[in-house]
Design a protein around this ligand. Structure first.
Ligand SMILES: [Zn+2]
Length: 331
């Protein structure tokens, strides 16, 4: 039996995006697949009064089970009420790769889906996206499409090279598919290993600076579809402190450089109204767990290392909402 997201108390993203574009901020889209991640996302967003998009990748569905995840999102709605702040919560499928998967999620109570047809030809992408939009809109569910390909690895999504979004295609794509938002490729990439130090320049303070995002492409897109909600994937900043902590306590994460937070702040002030952050959370959680385990080798109660990891994650998300996305106080 199909369940509509409204029965779960969830929101779709349409109104949130309209407000975000007008207000010059971006809604956080945080991936989750377990309890502690969900708790920290919700606590951070309640404390900063930020709307939130809970993202589930197809890998997360396999890992945690779709029914459990949906009921966790339902629980999230009750939990934020208990915390005293009814922030809007969207349950979103990240990188749906087929109509069937999107339909399954819509029927299971998701309020938003992404159909990623970016690996197909342009015409096939249009046809697939349109098909998903027709089904989704009949159920009040919002749809994110994608034009252009991001490099990097994210669960099942792998691409060796990036292909920038072609601004001349966006107007036609949006008009023909009816999508509610569009993920674009302007130089961000999936995963923690976005840029090697060799790809970066060194600034006056000795900090590594990655190749500049193609803000010119973003501006050109905004000109062609003014006010249309744009989405940035692969927007983790790879905080050096967490990478250092991991490596200090026995880990081996190669030095990598992410997207500088100032650049994301700049993007959030434009038509970019959803920014996906996954790798930063993975690094923060791993760093916290490694630290506790190294310092307390006798500890074997999972709450004693997952609890501190949850605290570190919560601080990371609060920082993103307040200082990077600008979504704090917008719920
Ligand atoms: Zn992505």
């Amino acid at each position: 039996m199909a369940i509509n997201y409204k029965e779960l108390g969830l929101a779709n993203s349409k109104e949130l995006f309209a407000k975000a574009v007008a207000g010059g901020y971006a809604i956080p889209a945080y991936n989750f697949n377990n309890l502690e991640q969900l708790q920290s996302i919700l606590m951070a967003c309640v404390e900063t009064k930020s709307p939130v998009i809970l993202q589930v990748s197809s890998g997360a569905r396999k890992y945690a089970n779709a029914t459990l995840l949906r009921n966790m999102a339902k629980g999230a709605v009750e939990f934020v009420k208990e915390l005293g702040c009814e922030i809007p919560i969207v349950l979103h499928l990240d990188h749906g790769d087929s109509f069937e998967l999107c339909k399954e999620c819509i029927d299971a109570g998701f309020s938003s889906v992404m159909i990623d047809g970016s690996h197909h030809s342009y015409e096939e992408n249009v046809a697939l996206t349109k098909k998903v939009v027709e089904y989704a809109h009949a159920h009040g569910v919002s749809v994110e499409g994608e034009l252009g390909v991001l490099a990097g690895v994210e669960d099942d999504v792998v691409a060796e090279h990036s292909t920038y979004t072609r601004p001349e295609e966006v107007e036609d794509f949006v008009k023909r598919t009816g999508v509610d938002s569009l993920a674009i490729s302007i130089g961000t990439s999936h995963g923690a290993h976005k840029f090697t130090p060799a790809q970066c320049t060194v600034d006056a303070d000795g900090k590594l600076v990655p190749p500049m995002l193609r803000f010119d492409i973003l501006e050109e897109i905004e000109k062609r579809i003014p006010g249309f909600p744009i989405v940035l994937h692969g927007a983790s900043s790879v905080p050096q402190e967490h990478v250092d902590t991991i490596n200090k306590y026995g880990g081996s994460v190669k030095s990598a450089v992410g997207i500088p937070e100032e650049w994301l702040r700049k993007a959030a002030k434009s038509a970019v109204c959803k920014i996906n952050i996954d790798s930063d959370g993975r690094l923060a959680m791993t760093a916290a767990i490694r630290k506790v385990m190294a310092e307390n080798p006798g500890e074997f109660d999972p709450r004693k290392y997952l609890g501190p990891a949850r605290d570190v994650l919560k601080e990371l998300y609060k920082h993103k909402n307040i200082n990077v996305l600008g979504s704090a106080g917008k719920a």
